[in-house]
Design a binder for this molecule. Structure first.
Ligand code: SAH
Length: 361
């Protein structure tokens, strides 16, 4: 079948997704054009902000790819104070960002649960309930997710990292703390509780095939996610996965595959929220803008206080670690206007997808 015909289909098969992932030259242009058309039709030429607060890099897990893994001793650990977090949230509120995202390393204990809960209440209070809040604080018990939901978080981002059980085992220690099944259970409980649920994968991991990536997209469709955050895998020297760096695709190919994943998911899930991830910009100075062009509609300006940013180093070359929050806004406005897109201030930017899903429950 010709690529043009695949792009016109209601629903894509795995083989067709693989073909799109492998597309080159004019076919690749057709794919990107179609994704851009769908974004414009269902979402508009718009992006919404989630002010990103990376509030702590202290992590109890040991994921083989991640720079803030517990076993990495070459990293200064930090934990923002409550007042630093609140002032970052206040910055987002006063600058009309609409939403924030609180992200950290992964801890599961009572102190952490209560701390996040208290922060959620305080941020809601400070903004008169107006600031939307996404959490990205890893795997937790359903009771914990519930408490945080009741305290005001309404979106949760927990990447599945890869939907292949075998690959998941290769990139994580094989123990109860890093279980694929637990991750799936967590995603289900987030959805059951009523969060707008987001997931995503890393693209271009060692041992990952195009067929795995097609399965990832199908996983997201079948799970009926509301939000997606996907980006290229970028090796980090102080991690065990570095050992397999020889297997990696060239960085430009990982970037290209990431753009294709975003474009294909936009075609498959027309009305979800999709992040233009920071990792894209680590590879290409205008990587996020390219992602916006082919389907992404969410940007996460970093509003973590500058002095900590360098320590939230998930991967090499993480961009913008030396900027202040004020610099980010101006920079993003200029960037987004380059791709003829408008930043929507002061709105939560919830997905139509979530609204429809809620009504059908
Ligand atoms: N612990 C939190 C969030 C911190 S990590 C959570 O579990 O959600 C956020 C994301 O960064 C991870 O989900 C992973 O997909 C991504 N990440 C980690 N290491 C990376 C690397 N080397 N390259 C690209 N992305 C990476």
């Amino acid at each position: 079948m010709k690529l043009q015909d695949i792009l016109e289909k209601e629903s894509l098969s795995k083989d067709e997704i693989v073909k799109l992932l492998q597309s080159k030259d004019e076919d690749r242009t057709l794919l990107f054009r179609k994704a851009a058309e769908i974004k414009e039709k269902y979402i508009g030429k718009k992006v919404w902000f989630r002010g990103l607060i990376e509030f702590s890099n202290i992590c109890g897990k040991d994921c083989y790819y991640c720079g803030i893994r517990k076993g990495n001793k070459n990293l200064k650990r930090y934990n923002l104070s409550d007042s630093e977090i609140l002032s970052a949230a206040k910055f987002a509120y006063e600058n009309n960002y609409g939403s924030i995202a609180l992200q950290s390393g992964e801890l599961e204990n009572d102190t952490f649960t209560k701390r996040v809960e208290k922060l959620l209440f305080e941020i809601k209070k400070m903004s008169g309930g107006k600031l939307g809040i996404t959490l990205s604080t890893g795997e937790q018990k359903p009771e914990v997710y519930k408490r945080w939901f009741e305290a005001g978080a309404h979106r949760y981002l927990l990447r599945i990292e890869t939907s292949s059980r075998e690959l998941y085992r290769k990139i994580h220690p094989y123990n109860a703390k890093h279980s694929f099944d637990r991750r799936l259970e967590c995603l289900h409980s987030l959805q059951d509780i009523g969060y707008q649920t987001g997931t995503g994968v890393m693209i271009g991991l060692p041992f990952q095939s195009t067929s795995d990536l097609a399965d990832d997209l199908i996983f997201m469709r079948d799970f009926d996610i509301d939000m997606a955050g996907m980006g290229p895998y970028i090796e980090h020297p102080d991690t065990p996965l570095m050992e397999h760096a020889g297997l990696l695709l060239p960085i430009a190919e990982r970037f290209d595959l990431s753009l294709k994943m975003i474009a294909i998911l936009r075609i498959m899930m027309k009305d979800i929220n999709m992040v233009a991830s920071t990792a894209l910009q680590a590879i290409d100075p205008v990587g996020r803008e390219k992602a916006i062009k082919v389907g992404a509609n969410i940007l996460m300006p970093n509003i973590t206080p500058g002095k900590y940013r360098d320590s939230y180093r998930l991967y090499n070359n993480k961009p913008c670690t030396d900027e202040a929050a004020e610099d980010c806004r101006g920079c993003l406005e200029a960037r987004v206007s380059l791709v003829d897109t408008e930043i929507i201030y002061g709105e939560w930017g919830d997905t139509l997808h979530y609204e429809k899903r809620k009504r059908s429950i």
